[in-house]
Design a protein around this ligand. Structure first.
Ligand SMILES: C[S@@+](CC[C@H](N)C(=O)[O-])C[C@H]1O[C@@H](n2cnc3c(N)ncnc32)[C@H](O)[C@@H]1O
Length: 147
């Protein structure tokens, strides 16, 4: 899966997608290191200027001027649900907002909602979006398309 950097960096109006406060941003993004760190931070801050914690899983080292914790793909991939749930549990409380800006099939969203957190995901691919939406339908999540 590849990230569409043009869209991530596009001149998006803030009111398009803007979340006043994010308690935990958590994502697994293989291609994020291809972007300059200040662009990554800027891109994420376009979604919200107040991100309390961010967990970004990828293989290359990111030096972000941004409150975040980095894990490797391998750590994430071993048991994604367990990894996600452990971190949601230690970094957020019930009702707080978990956000995945590259949400794929919403593994993060399903965990967050099962744990009584609120969830916002963004997915650009219409087919993946549909499946993701179906996965979340029974739960009280919000899924946005970046299109
Ligand atoms: C590695 S997958 C998602 C994994 C998911 N974050 C997780 O933790 O399980 C990356 C997803 O990002 C989506 N994507 C790529 N560029 C995007 C963009 N600019 N905005 C939103 N989603 C994007 C891709 O379509 C893909 O579904």
């Amino acid at each position: 899966m590849s990230i569409d950097w043009n869209l991530f960096n596009r001149d998006m109006r803030e009111e398009d997608i803007y979340i006043p406060e994010v308690d935990l941003l958590i994502t697994d993004t293989p291609n994020l290191p291809q972007m300059p760190p200040d662009e990554i931070a800027k891109g994420l801050n376009r979604y919200s200027r107040f991100i309390k914690y961010a967990i970004i899983c990828c293989d290359d080292k990111l030096d972000l001027n941004f409150p975040y914790i980095q894990f490797s793909h391998a750590t994430y991939g071993k048991n994604p649900k367990r990894f996600i749930m452990r971190n949601i549990s230690r970094l957020t409380r019930m009702g707080e907002i978990v956000f995945d800006p590259f949400c794929g099939y919403s593994t993060v969203g399903i965990c967050a909602l099962e744990m009584g957190r609120r969830y916002i995901g963004i997915e650009i691919d219409p087919e993946i979006y549909q499946i993701s939406e179906k996965n979340l339908r029974e739960k009280d999540g919000a899924l946005l398309t970046a299109n």
